[in-house]
Design a protein. Structure first.
Length: 180
């Protein structure tokens, strides 16, 4: 995927995460801390600081350079209003990746998540040559389940105690999208 910003919908753009995003990402996570808490791992206070985000960005960009991750941010002007990432990119006969995303609470319900997923799926197929993208969501996250369904993902099963979210091991519904 190109590193240049691409308009998704309205004034929201998507682009590759940058070294200079630490302050903006910290502000976005601080603003959405309560909104994201039920859907994400428990986070230390350090995670929400610019220094904490600098460490996250350094790690993500190193994995991107190795072809293992595609970390993208969603922006409204200069404000980060979400993120979408392909992680665990595997080559060889698998040609697969995992997708995770979040959208700022204020921007929910505007089609931004759906537009970001469509753009990332196109990049996974056309730019990365992947065959499959997997996503997992908590069983009770009906909004994410609907977005994934609209994006052509198919439910492939339930993974018991799949991820430690909000401090507890929780079951997740697994979805996949074949890109051919």
């Amino acid at each position: 995927m190109t590193v240049d910003a691409t308009t998704l919908t309205g004034s929201v753009q998507i682009r590759l995460l940058r070294d200079s995003d630490a302050g903006r990402l910290s502000a976005a996570y601080q603003l959405n801390r309560d909104h994201l808490a039920p859907w994400e791992p428990a986070r230390s206070d350090e995670f929400f600081t610019a220094a904490g985000q600098r460490a996250v960005i350094d790690s993500k960009l190193a994995m991107h350079a190795e072809g293992q991750e595609l970390p993208l941010v969603l922006l409204a002007g200069s404000r980060i209003v979400g993120a979408i990432t392909l992680t665990g990119i595997v080559r060889g006969p698998f040609l697969s990746a995992n997708m995770g995303y979040w959208v700022d609470e204020e921007f929910n319900g505007r089609g931004i998540g759906s537009a970001a997923i469509a753009r990332v799926l196109a990049a996974a197929r056309d730019d990365l040559g992947l065959h499959r993208v997997q996503a997992a969501t908590l069983k009770h996250n009906s909004a994410s389940r609907k977005i994934l369904g609209r994006a052509g993902f198919r439910e492939i099963g339930v993974a018991p105690s799949y991820l430690k979210i909000a401090g507890a091991w929780q079951d997740h519904v697994l979805f996949q999208r074949l890109l051919e």
